[in-house]
Design a protein around this ligand. Structure first.
Ligand SMILES: Nc1ncnc2c1ncn2[C@@H]1O[C@H](COP(=O)(O)OP(=O)(O)OP(=O)(O)O)[C@@H](O)[C@H]1O
Ligand SMILES: [Mg+2]
Length: 427
């Protein structure tokens, strides 16, 4: 974080120096242009008198005039031949036209005035103290003032930003160290605030997932213990049994317990597979034929039940077909198990989702159990489902499948007083 701030400040400083240099160059050019159009003619007028005196004089007189000028202007004065190497090409061109020239170089050290004399030589007076424009130390001062203003403004503007980023960083570090409940305390409406909200959502989901996993693992260990204890007990009894009928009975009961274990493992694997893997393309398919086929299968072994399907033929959902069928099949299996005489399967287009409802006329789910039944291994009446061999994962699988499609499950009461399970799917 500190490295980032340092790099940012160095970047700003660099930009400042470059722009200052650019401005200075433009300024310099402007002064040179002014000098050519306005100052040079002026200087020509100023030196006209000395020019006349020098033209009239010669030898020692000339030297005396030069010394006088040098003292008066506090600089140097000399007479150069016209072809002198010290004159720039531009100056020479001007002098050839009989005009005064000013050297442009050395803005801060002062330029030299070049005045053509009648005999073809050139009077050079300089360096002349700059008449206008800032000097070297003025530039240093300007740069300093600029740096201070920009530094103060940039710091004032970025400090809250940096503070928020730091808070986000602290939360990330704490989660990294295992504190899953840590959240970034950033509520601003800027980019950092939105990043923090995404971060907190992610942290929340991770925490929930991990807690659910921990709870499932605990429940699994608990569930595994019952059949294994029964098998151990059965084996002990087997070693004591003498009659062939007793032995056969014991073996059958051990086989049943093994079947239960097998079923549990299969269901657990299903639960693990009940989320749409990210990147899978959801298919859009018609609901009616799928529901009809599922209802037919569910009713195969319970001919006394009436299972009706009520869905518009043109209604379709966007879902992973295998998982969709699995969820509805689980709901139907429960309904068929608890219904007295009727199961109704309804699909309809909701506001922006497709609703699929399974109603039965069985005992229903008590209001205070409606959240719990969706959890793994939750069974309302232990003896009731033990008889039918349920492990209590069916609804947990439904919940996961539906959630991974961005939908939800509602548990309620159907029109005939039985259970109602309503699922919401993307259209
Ligand atoms: N239609 C229903 N009517 C009454 N109770 C229900 C109904 N559906 C589920 N339940 C209750 O919710 C519990 C959990 O259901 P779930 O489908 O998760 O497990 P299960 O049916 O017992 O076992 P599994 O589906 O894993 O074979 C059931 O044991 C039952 O007590
Ligand atoms: Mg079930």
């Amino acid at each position: 974080m500190n490295r980032l701030i340092l790099r940012y400040s160095l970047g700003v400083l660099f930009a400042l120096l470059v722009s200052f240099a650019a401005v200075t160059v433009i300024f310099h050019q402007a002064i040179v242009r002014k000098m050519e159009t306005q100052t040079t003619p002026l200087v020509g007028r100023v030196f006209a008198d000395i020019q006349q005196r020098l033209d009239a004089a010669s030898g020692a007189d000339r030297d005396r005039i030069l010394a006088e000028v040098a003292v008066e202007l506090d600089t140097r004065a000399a007479i150069l031949p016209a072809h002198s190497q010290r004159l720039s090409e531009r100056s020479r061109a001007r002098i050839a036209e009989g005009r005064t020239a000013l050297t442009a170089e050395g803005m801060h050290s002062g330029s030299t005035a070049l005045v053509p004399l009648a005999d073809g030589s050139v009077l050079a007076v300089g360096p002349l103290k700059p008449v206008f424009g800032p000097g070297f130390w003025d530039y240093v001062l300007m740069l300093l003032v600029l740096v201070v203003i920009v530094a103060v403004t940039a710091t004032a503007m970025s400090a809250p930003f940096v503070r928020r980023l730091k808070r986000l960083e602290v939360a990330a570090v704490r989660i990294g160290q295992g504190d899953l409940a840590a959240r970034a305390d950033v509520t601003s409406m800027d980019a950092v605030g939105s990043l923090a909200r995404r971060f907190n959502e992610m942290a929340e989901r991770n925490q929930q997932l991990l807690e659910a996993q921990r709870a499932t693992l605990q429940a699994v260990s608990h569930e595994l213990r019952t059949p294994t204890a029964r098998i151990r007990f059965g084996l002990e009894m087997l070693s004591e049994a003498k009659e062939p009928t007793k032995i056969e009975e014991r073996l059958r009961s051990i086989d049943e317990d093994l079947n239960e274990l097998d079923h549990l493992v299969t269901e657990l694997l299903e639960l693990n597979r009940s989320e749409v893997p990210s990147g899978t393309v959801r298919e859009s398919f018609a609901v009616l034929p799928v529901l009809t086929a599922l209802a037919q299968r569910a009713g195969e072994f319970t001919p006394s039940l009436t299972i009706t399907v009520d869905a518009p033929p043109d209604l379709s959902v966007a879902a992973e077909p295998h998982l969709f069928r699995r969820a509805i099949r689980n709901l139907l299996a429960n309904a068929v198990r608890y219904a007295r005489s009727r199961v109704v399967l309804t699909a309809r287009q909701g506001d922006d989702q497709v609703e699929i409802t399974v109603d039965d006329d069985g005992p229903g789910v008590p209001v205070d159990q409606r959240v719990r039944v969706m959890e793994p291994f939750a069974r309302l009446d232990d003896s009731r489902s033990r008889d039918t061999g349920g492990v209590g994962l069916g609804l947990a699988i439904v919940a996961r499948v539906v959630a991974s499609h961005g939908g939800r499950v509602e548990v309620g009461e159907g029109p005939s007083g039985g259970a109602r399970f309503r699922t919401y799917w993307p259209a």
